[in-house]
Ligand binder design. Structure first.
Ligand code: PEP
Ligand code: MN
Length: 350
């Protein structure tokens, strides 16, 4: 993929309200964000889960974005979901576009948007699809790049989950990391607002994003968050954004200092040794599992005995608790080990 770098500082900050609600609201927020954010954002067309919610002002709000651009000198960005949106944004001189999570899931829309962008190389951000599938995210970049869009960046906004979590959208940090492995020079912006769904978690999520070496942040900022027409719980005041940015600890990803490198090398070496031991132990365990398999086969016993499994799970979790290791992690680890033990014994029985 041929990419052109357009993000020139870290963290690159995109801020502004979830939705453009009125000209006064847009201009006031933009003015308060000048100097703090690099790009002013506002949603003009809002994809809402249910009808009868506020679905955005539509194209009339593009004029307010132009005014914000003119009065503050900031670059402005909005969400596009169709070729028509792209056309209207280009006519209005919107500087950057982003594709929302509900659009990234749909290759038809992506293709249509990519075609509407042929010959116009403006920056485009692509949010991760709603569900954790990296293929769709990658496919979106490929479609846009094929159309000649080279200023591309990803936005990590978390993933829908059926489980009840503290977050509105499960961050699943391993996915943006995987994306970076697939497309090495793609910049990734984290959207702590849609991950958190709640203003109080934004600072923490922003710090994690920086610790994971992400390139920037997209944070929803409103002049009157509790009265916002969409995403009221997660928006913060421009002054709160300023404080969050000032408090961020930015670590050096390159570790230029040689002594640091040596120390890190020594830690990694210890991890390598421990991992080898873990694998050796798993192999020893597998050998015993096979012996048990032959024993069960000879004595016509079933492979799976629920009491034994409950007992394993219970004792291993207690063990973990005593050592202060995450019990859930140990439970998941043993579920995996157990699954493969059963598979090993099933092969013996055949
Ligand atoms: C938004 O940025 O306001 C938005 C609708 O985000 P997402 O596509 O991540 O839900
Ligand atoms: Mn929003």
């Amino acid at each position: 993929m041929e990419l052109k770098k357009f993000i020139d500082k870290k963290p690159y900050v995109i801020a502004g309200p979830c939705s453009a609600e009125s000209e006064e609201q847009i201009l006031q927020i933009a003015k308060e964000l000048k100097g703090t954010a690099d790009v002013f954002r506002a949603g003009v067309w809002k994809p809402r889960t249910k009808p009868n919610s506020f679905e955005g002002i539509g194209k009339d709000a593009l004029k307010w974005m132009q005014q914000a651009q003119l009065q503050t000198g900031m670059k402005v960005a909005t969400e596009v979901a169709t070729a028509k949106h792209v056309e209207l944004c280009l006519d209005a001189g919107i500087d950057m576009l982003w594709i929302g999570a509900r659009t990234t899931v749909n290759p038809f829309y992506l293709q249509e948007i990519a075609e509407a962008l042929k010959g116009v190389d403006i920056p485009v951000f692509v949010k991760n699809p709603i569900h954790p599938e990296i293929g769709l995210w990658l496919g979106a970049f490929e479609r846009l790049n094929k159309s000649g869009v080279t200023q591309l960046s990803a936005i990590h906004r978390g993933f829908y989950s059926y489980e009840k979590l503290a977050f509105r959208n499960d961050p699943k940090w391993e996915l943006p990391i995987k994306l970076r492995e697939e497309v090495r020079d793609l910049s990734i912006i984290c959207d702590p607002s849609h991950i958190s769904g709640n203003a109080s978690l934004i600072e923490d999520v922003s710090q994690t994003a920086m610790d994971l070496n992400m390139d920037g942040l997209m944070i929803e900022t409103h002049n009157n968050p509790s009265k916002a027409l969409s995403d009221a719980n997660q928006q913060i005041l421009p002054i709160d954004l300023e404080n969050i940015l000032n408090n961020l600890i930015l670590r050096d990803a390159k570790l230029r200092d040689e002594a640091f490198k040596k120390e890190l090398f020594s830690y990694r070496n210890q991890i390598d040794i421990l991992d080898t031991k873990i694998i050796d132990l798993l192999n020893d365990r597998k050998n015993i599992v096979e012996e048990i398999g032959h024993f069960k086969n000879k004595n016509k016993l079933t492979i799976f005995q629920i009491e034994r499994w409950f007992d394993i799970l219970k004792t291993r979790k207690e063990n973990a608790k005593n050592l202060g290791i995450d019990e859930q992690m140990i439970a998941e680890l043993f579920e995996l080990i157990h699954k493969y033990s059963i598979l090993t014994q099933t092969k013996i029985m055949r």
